[in-house]
Design a protein around this ligand. Structure first.
Ligand SMILES: [Zn+2]
Length: 401
């Protein structure tokens, strides 16, 4: 047997396959060719020494904004993918109906990382910072359905950001239309929460099993934790029925107080995602491995954390062939060092927590090809004016050992 690449001696973490321990991983023709304890090096074109490292399926980030050049929030995927192990990016709502053809042409087709999308119920998507749902003329269910039907290979769900600013006077109607569109095309609906109105309870009424509630650890008005520091019973009920709770850290949506209360109450988020965008990439979110490290230091095991960025998001987007290293799967692979030290992490409110572990990506393969490290674009000109002052200091303080 000949292999294109043989990754030898690493410690495998493949939660989809429940395979953990010392395994070699062989790649042929862009797919996983073999996974076994000691594969013969003879015949392999290239051998990668992974001793002392963890080998995981390429990470799936369920909440990103990677429509660079056409939207307020968008960054370029590939330069970040190469240094983070994120091989599958779900762009959630950057593109609406009017701008989706451009997302396919200028983002999906120009990145080596795998890009998928949730279509924004707003036809104008996230070209600007907010207010995208404030004009109901832009919430056109029929148009959205036509775009989905023509792009089912890329569009895996519907997105609606439901908060005070995005809706600005239109209340729950955009969410009702998003619900109608998701039902019509039979795809999951991801809803973003934050500042009320609408109220969390009104939003929850329109959610169904298989839908995704993102920003689940928010510390803003629509947090999931009631005064008694437990998760609202109606949210817990929905979660037990199959609502997917997704972190979506971002610049406004990860509160240590909320996350810690949820964990104490036994409600562990199903998916850990970054909500990486023009502002969040500057900190204190930074990237998905940093976000995963925060949960490691909150007490989740490495297996639990990797599952929430591989097999769990793969299931959420109904793409079980991703997020696994089963033989025959695409050879999307990430290598990590688990560094030990004394680190300080911050939530979006600049609340610090000490930690002793940090996941650091060392190599990222998409379809069997190593992604080269390339420079990232500088922040967009509008970022300087909008970046929260409190979070600027994160650049100096976070992650210093
Ligand atoms: Zn987002």
């Amino acid at each position: 047997m000949t292999y294109d690449v043989l990754i030898k001696g690493g410690e495998l973490i493949d939660p989809a396959d429940e395979r953990f321990g010392l395994y070699d991983v062989a790649i042929s023709g862009g797919a996983i060719a073999a996974v076994a304890p000691d594969l013969p090096a003879a015949g392999a074109t290239q051998i990668v020494d992974a001793h002392g490292q963890y080998v995981t399926p390429g990470l799936i980030d369920l909440h990103t904004h990677c429509y660079w050049g056409a939207t307020y929030w968008g960054i370029e995927a590939d330069p970040v993918a190469a240094r983070t192990g994120v091989t599958t990016w779900l762009d959630v709502g950057s593109a609406g109906a009017y701008s989706f053809p451009g997302f396919r042409r200028y983002a999906v087709e120009t990145n080596r990382a795998r890009l998928f999308a949730l279509l924004n119920i707003s036809s104008i998507g996230l070209i600007a910072r907010t207010y995208e749902l404030s004009n109901l003329d832009y919430c056109d269910v029929g148009l959205g359905a036509a775009i989905v039907e023509a792009n089912r290979d890329v569009i895996l769900g519907i997105k609606a950001r439901i908060d005070r600013d995005t809706t600005r006077g239109t209340g729950l109607e955009p969410l009702r239309r998003a619900r109608q569109l998701a039902d019509q095309v039979n795809l999951p609906l991801m809803v973003h929460i934050g500042v009320a109105p609408p109220l969390l309870a009104q939003i929850a009424d329109l959610l169904r099993p298989g839908d995704i509630l993102t920003h689940c650890c928010t510390g803003l008005d629509n947090h999931l934790i009631d005064d008694g520091q437990v998760v609202y019973p109606y949210i817990r009920r929905l979660w037990e029925q199959g609502l997917i709770l997704d972190v979506g850290h971002g610049t406004g949506s990860f509160s240590y107080a909320s996350a810690e209360a949820m964990l104490v109450d036994g409600v562990v988020p199903d998916v850990i995602s970054s909500d990486i965008h023009q502002l969040a990439v500057l900190g204190p979110m930074y990237d998905l491995p940093t976000t995963l490290s925060k949960f490691l230091n909150l007490g989740l095991s490495l297996r639990e954390v990797i599952a929430r960025a591989t097999v769990r998001p793969a299931a959420a987007i109904r793409r079980p062939e991703l997020g696994t290293l089963l033989v025959g799967a695409p050879a999307d692979i990430a290598l990590f060092h688990l560094e030990e030290g004394d680190y300080t992490f911050h939530d979006v409110h600049m609340q610090p927590r000490r930690g002793t572990m940090r996941l650091v990506n060392t190599a990222t393969y998409v379809g069997g090809t190593l992604l080269p490290h390339v420079p990232e674009r500088p922040p967009a000109p509008w970022v300087g004016a909008d970046f929260p002052v409190a979070q600027r200091s994160a650049l100096r303080h976070s992650l210093s050992s």
